[in-house]
Design a protein around this ligand. Structure first.
Ligand code: PRP
Length: 205
């Protein structure tokens, strides 16, 4: 049985559709209830829904053999897992954003609000820019509006959230998409099953 951690939400549902099309269907997953785990012994697969930012924790620690995680989560938390496939879905960009007319005064420490302190820290370190990171957990766009920060480092998908708040993307740090990840021990012991799943996914993208 391959244990698959799926991220709750739109990305996870889409990922499940690709897995089902690839031959790993599990009809009970579509029932509307509060159940968290679903299995189809015939297909040798067991799914469970977890918070998107927790997928890599389940996979790293072997509670799941494989999972679907955003590249943003992998860059931020750097889990010790294998990244087996770019699923080319859940595409977005990690950006620096701020007021449309933002001017970066190099003589001042830049205040950066973000849910991604490692990504932001690495980016500004590579540019030798002194920053003060303000770690938030959501609604990051509020920070520059209320003067809590100068800019934000955050995910931009359609750009609507920024536009509606009179903010603009200023720099792109990295392109993001969903990845098929794998526990390192499972990769050894369930090698054929996991590679078969990866190949079936790759074919159905
Ligand atoms: C994410 C991100 C932006 C928004 C970007 O937030 O943090 O706020 O989506 O999408 P857009 O460019 O299509 O507008 P999320 O919905 O995850 O909620 P959050 O405020 O809790 O971070």
């Amino acid at each position: 049985m391959i244990q698959v951690a799926l991220p709750k939400g739109r990305l996870g549902e889409k990922a499940y559709e690709v897995l089902a099309a690839a031959g790993y269907e599990c009809p009970s997953i579509l029932e509307k209830n509060r159940k968290l785990t679903f299995e189809n012994p015939e297909k040798g697969v067991r799914y469970f829904w977890v918070k998107p930012s927790d997928v890599s924790i389940y996979v790293e620690r072997g509670a799941a053999d494989v999972g679907i995680a955003g590249k943003d989560i992998l860059l931020e938390y750097r889990p010790d897992v294998y990244e087996l496939l770019d699923l080319k879905m859940g595409r977005c960009r990690m950006c620096v954003a701020g007021p449309e007319d933002f001017y970066d005064d190099p003589n001042k420490t830049l205040r950066v609000a973000t849910k991604f302190p490692h990504i932001a820290g690495d980016y500004y370190e590579s540019r030798s820019r002194d920053i003060d990171i303000i770690k938030l957990n959501g609604s990051i766009e509020l920070a520059p509006i209320l003067g809590l920060s100068d800019v934000i480092v955050d995910i931009v998908e359609t750009g609507n959230t920024l536009r509606e708040n009179h903010l603009a993307p200023l720099e792109t740090i990295v392109d993001i998409s969903a990845r098929f990840i794998c526990n390192k021990v499972s990769y050894k012991f369930k090698y054929q099953e996991i590679l078969a799943m990866r190949d079936a996914l790759a074919k159905n993208l």
